[in-house]
Design a protein around this ligand. Structure first.
Ligand code: GSH
Length: 280
């Protein structure tokens, strides 16, 4: 599809069919795509459609995805299906090359690629930490999380010790990691997890703060994340309904804004649907 690199043509074709992104609300992987498109000023060229994670996937969507349930999934204008946020990011970068978010220089692109290769482990650990229900393992998880922040710190110190971002501006690595810095507000709230004020975390702390504050990355708030992810803090992921409850904290209605802040004490108390404002 040689023509897809032509921005003017994309804009024209956007007046007709547009790429459609199926996503789950508050999903960090789809936020990456929103950030990338915002950085490019092109969010209007993609049709974002919310899928309710608390209900079985509709048959028409499963048909498109060949039976897999993980989202985001992009359907291109011509009906092609693309899964995996990192692959969709690359596709958007190829489809809409200007302004570039990824580094164009092959070596610098490899450097951001090495940093992005750490995202899976960083994400998995943070999610295991919030899902943990054993108070005896809290310290292991805290130490493991700090270890992962320290690895990012070392990487930033090696490649840009005095700067703020990995390179001179918010780019691809920031697009990939910022949604997790935001999700990990659930660790601050439910686990009192903070980066200690130590030399080992100064560089990554500076990076994280600048990522969190960037205007292109304001799609979600701490309040939304803390409320919607309550069930993760109680050990149930992906819209599953906890024992003794009727509704998941991931339901779309009632919306998170109308709900109270959940109890912080994840180990000592199991909030009811009523306490969480899930029953109107
Ligand atoms: N590696 C995938 C991960 C996608 C993923 O785990 N998405 C979650 C939502 S945040 C999901 O769809 N979970 C429900 C499921 O897998 O059925 C990506 O980067 O796109």
């Amino acid at each position: 599809m040689a023509e897809v690199t032509d921005q003017a043509q994309i804009r024209r074709s956007a007046e007709g069919p547009t790429p459609t992104l199926y996503h789950i609300p508050v999903c960090p992987f789809s936020q990456r795509l929103e950030i990338l498109l915002t950085l490019k000023g092109l969010s209007h060229l993609v049709d974002f459609r919310v899928v309710d994670i608390t209900r079985p996937r509709p048959g028409w969507l499963l048909e498109k995805t060949a039976g897999t349930t993980a989202l985001p999934v992009l359907e291109t204008e011509s009906g092609g299906i693309i899964k995996e946020s990192m692959v969709i990011l690359r596709y958007f970068e190829d489809l809409f090359p200007e302004p570039a978010v990824a580094q164009r220089d092959p070596y610098l692109h490899a450097v951001e690629g090495m940093m992005n290769a750490m995202e899976g482990d960083f994400c998995t650990w943070g999610y295991r930490y919030v899902l943990n229900q054993d108070p005896g393992r809290r310290e292991d998880f805290r130490r493991g999380m700090l270890e992962r922040y320290a690895r990012l710190d070392e990487f930033l110190m090696r490649h840009n010790p005095t700067g703020t971002f990995l390179f001179e501006r918010f780019g691809l690595a920031e697009t990939v990691f910022t949604p997790f810095f935001m999700r990990f507000w659930f660790l601050k709230y439910y686990e009192d997890f903070e980066l200690p004020e130590e030399e080992r975390y100064v560089r990554v702390g500076r990076w994280r703060e600048a990522c969190l504050a960037h205007p292109a990355a304001q799609q979600v708030t701490m309040e939304e994340i803390v409320k919607v992810y309550y069930d993760y803090a109680k050990g149930a992921g992906n819209g599953a309904v906890l024992h003794g409850r009727e509704r998941s904290s991931f339901v779309l209605e009632p919306g998170w804004k109308s709900r109270p802040w959940p109890p912080k004490d994840k180990y000592g108390h199991a909030a009811t649907d009523q306490e969480l404002g899930l029953i109107g």
